[in-house]
Design a protein around this ligand. Structure first.
Ligand SMILES: NC(=O)c1ccc[n+]([C@@H]2O[C@H](COP(=O)([O-])OP(=O)(O)OC[C@H]3O[C@@H](n4cnc5c(N)ncnc54)[C@H](O)[C@@H]3O)[C@@H](O)[C@H]2O)c1
Length: 365
């Protein structure tokens, strides 16, 4: 009998807790250890469940036999935690972004290959069945030639000047909303279309030049609250994106429209279990995310019956389950984003930042 896959989660904030939930839904994996700087978080997720808990993740790596480490720490720690796991030969599932700089990202891709550590970055929106179906229809030719891709990623949790988060401090004068949520959309567009983004022209904006921290201190803000971005893919296809974390009423609104010869395909994360097909003749068709309506890989991962709305949590579960299958069952689910995929997204975000400063299109390839 095979032993259960032993997993560790480092960083037990919002997304770390969601990873734990998703891992528990995978039958052959168990949470063996957790780590967080905050002892209360460690206690919450370890004490009562016979799970080893650490406030120092390096001790966790030293003491525990781990098959997969989930890196759910703040962005500035991704490089060091990913690297520490890889050089110990531990497989790694990292939160985005892969690292803080392109050089760090390149080093991680190289090290992961050298140390044969199976690697993935959590671009979880790829793993929504409706998104996979869009990709399927582009790839199998059903949608016809693509004319245009457009969309947005909008939130409102930083709309007030008293809204503050570690992302504001960590980002310095580098990209923030573009990196935090724009990165998801760039990955989504590249995944669905199956081609790389080759150049961008970005106009970032800052809604609040200063923000007030919870302790009352007022700090200057030099990173973007959002941006408008013109995009060219490597084959010349044009796309555009609006990113914002200050748009009141938009919670986690990720939308993408892929407008093709035979129809357009529209998907909205907050209505995740439907793919809207827009037709020149015959109006709109709303296709429920269910295996009987979907094709290829999307069929299997639409595992709930139609009307039993699969949402954000199911997509996160799918993304993590696909990674575990790729690593331990030697499958190759394309919706699982590798470190190399994540490095490409970093190049796009970095080009956006350069474009915003230089006020021109910046080429990536
Ligand atoms: N894929 C997604 O949809 C998604 C959504 C949210 C966040 N994220 C990513 O997840 C990461 C974490 O974001 P979050 O929203 O959960 O943040 P958070 O602030 O809620 O949680 C971060 C946790 O990391 C802990 N931490 C800080 N330093 C640590 C260290 N040295 N060792 C161990 N733990 C440490 C903190 O105590 C905190 O509990 C970010 O990189 C973010 O980009 C991804």
């Amino acid at each position: 009998m095979m032993n259960k896959i032993r997993t560790a989660v480092v960083g037990l904030g919002f997304i770390g807790a969601r990873h734990i939930d998703a891992i528990r839904r995978i039958g052959n994996a168990e949470i063996a250890a957790v780590a967080d700087l905050n002892p209360n978080a460690v206690k919450k997720f370890s004490g009562d469940f016979g799970i080893a808990g650490y406030t120092d993740y390096t001790e966790l790596l030293e003491n525990e036999r781990i098959d997969v480490l989930h890196n759910c720490t703040p962005n500035s720690l991704h490089f060091e935690v990913n690297k520490a796991a890889i050089v110990k030969g531990v497989n790694i599932y990292s939160e985005k972004p892969l690292a803080a700089t392109i050089e760090q990202g390149e080093e991680l891709v190289r090290l992961a290959n050298e140390c044969k550590a199976a690697n993935a970055v959590n671009f979880n929106y790829r793993a929504n069945p409706a998104v996979m179906e869009m990709r399927e229809r582009v790839q199998n030719g059903a949608a016809g030639r693509c004319y245009l891709i457009h969309g947005s990623y909008m939130q409102d949790w930083l709309s007030e000047e008293t809204d503050y988060d570690w992302r504001v401090a960590e980002s310095g004068n580098g990209p923030r909303a573009l990196a935090d949520i724009g990165s998801h959309w760039f990955d989504l567009a590249q995944f669905v279309y199956g081609k790389r983004i080759a150049s961008v022209c970005a106009a970032p904006f800052i809604a609040h030049n200063t923000r007030q921290k919870p302790d009352g201190e007022r700090v200057a803000v030099e990173n973007d609250d959002g941006a408008s971005v013109l995009i060219r893919f490597e084959d010349g296809l044009t796309a555009n994106l609006v990113v914002s974390q200050v748009s009141a009423g938009y919670k986690n609104s990720v939308s993408i429209s892929v407008d093709c010869q035979n129809y357009s395909m529209r998907w909205q994360q907050q209505d995740a279990d439907k793919l809207v097909i827009g037709k020149r003749d015959g109006g709109e068709e709303r296709v429920y995310a269910a295996s009987q309506y979907f094709h290829g890989e999307a069929k299997r991962w639409a595992f709930l019956p139609n009307g039993h709305a699969a949402g954000w949590s199911e997509a996160l579960f799918n993304a993590i389950a696909m990674y575990y299958e790729n690593v331990f069952m030697k499958t190759a689910h394309p919706a699982c984003a590798s470190f190399s995929d994540a490095l490409e997204v970093m190049r796009v975000v970095s080009a956006c930042a350069a474009s915003g400063k230089e006020k021109r299109f910046v080429d990536i390839y």
